[in-house]
Design a binder for this molecule. Structure first.
Ligand code: 1GP
Length: 250
């Protein structure tokens, strides 16, 4: 099945998935190999690779390392059209619908489209919604957009609804990497009940308990980057939560 179908069928069956975000700037080959091994052992569902600002030139090598050591799908999470790598499996084709910066709503997409059309990457049309997480994150600075206020779930819900009506296939609610706090359960629940498409949630999740809250509030896919960079044990702890949740359903 395609990756999009994996997202959809998990959502329909109320199963949760776990994505590990790897920022190519923040890892060296040895650390990355360790992370890949832990991810395989703990049955991580997806790797997201990318970031809003990438300063090095190691993304290709990183994806190659993942590909030679695991069969976990690699999904690009690009900050711009410079962050496209053909060796990945899929690309979150992000439209930053919480913002009013036309470049990130459609501009970069027009430039990337002919290249993507010829590629083997699976394109995942994604409504990307940034939420204010208590402090300015790299993504809000670089994207030059105002995130949705933390305590305005109705704005997030209406934004997600509009994204779905525009035909976007996934919604990604993000507090931004290194967010001070995770997105509130109230907001996640409100978005969840407003749309049918799979819901990805990330930003600032630093414990298995926080991951469980996000999952229980209605996220279909949980994304963790920073928390695992700082504490590799979190990977196994979150995986266990996700798998126990899924087991309890069956
Ligand atoms: C950021 O959602 C991701 O775009 C993950 O955030 O690095 O804070 O886990 P963290």
């Amino acid at each position: 099945p395609t990756i999009l179908n994996r997202f959809i069928s998990a959502k329909v069956n109320r199963l949760k998935s776990f994505a590990v975000l790897i920022d190519p700037d923040k890892t060296d080959a040895a650390a990355c190999l360790q992370l890949i091994r832990h991810s395989v052992e703990n049955k991580v569902d997806f790797f997201f690779v990318g970031g809003s600002l990438i300063t090095g030139n190691t993304m290709g090598q990183l994806i190659k390392l993942i590909k030679t050591n695991s069969s976990i799908p690699v999904i690009l999470f690009p900050g711009s059209n410079l962050h496209i790598d053909m060796s990945a499996d899929a690309l979150l084709f992000l439209s930053l619908i919480s913002g009013r910066n036309p470049e990130l709503l459609i501009g970069q997409h027009v430039i990337a489209a002919p290249v993507l059309k010829k590629s083997n990457l699976e394109i995942l049309p994604t409504g990307y919604i940034l939420i204010d997480s208590g402090r300015q994150t790299t993504v809000s600075y670089i994207s030059n957009t105002t995130p949705i206020p933390y305590d305005k779930p109705e704005i997030a819900a209406c934004t997600a609804m509009a994204g779905e009506m525009l035909g976007l296939k996934l919604i990604y609610l993000d507090g931004g990497s290194g967010a001070q706090k995770q997105i509130s359960s109230r907001m996640i629940a409100s978005v969840r009940k407003s749309v049918d498409v799979p819901l990805i949630v990330g930003g600032g999740i630093r414990s298995a308990e926080e991951a469980a809250e996000v999952m229980e509030a209605g996220a279909d896919v949980i994304v963790i980057g920073n928390g695992i960079e700082k504490n590799l044990n979190l990977l196994a702890e979150v995986s266990e939560k996700v798998h126990n949740y899924n087991k309890a359903l069956s």
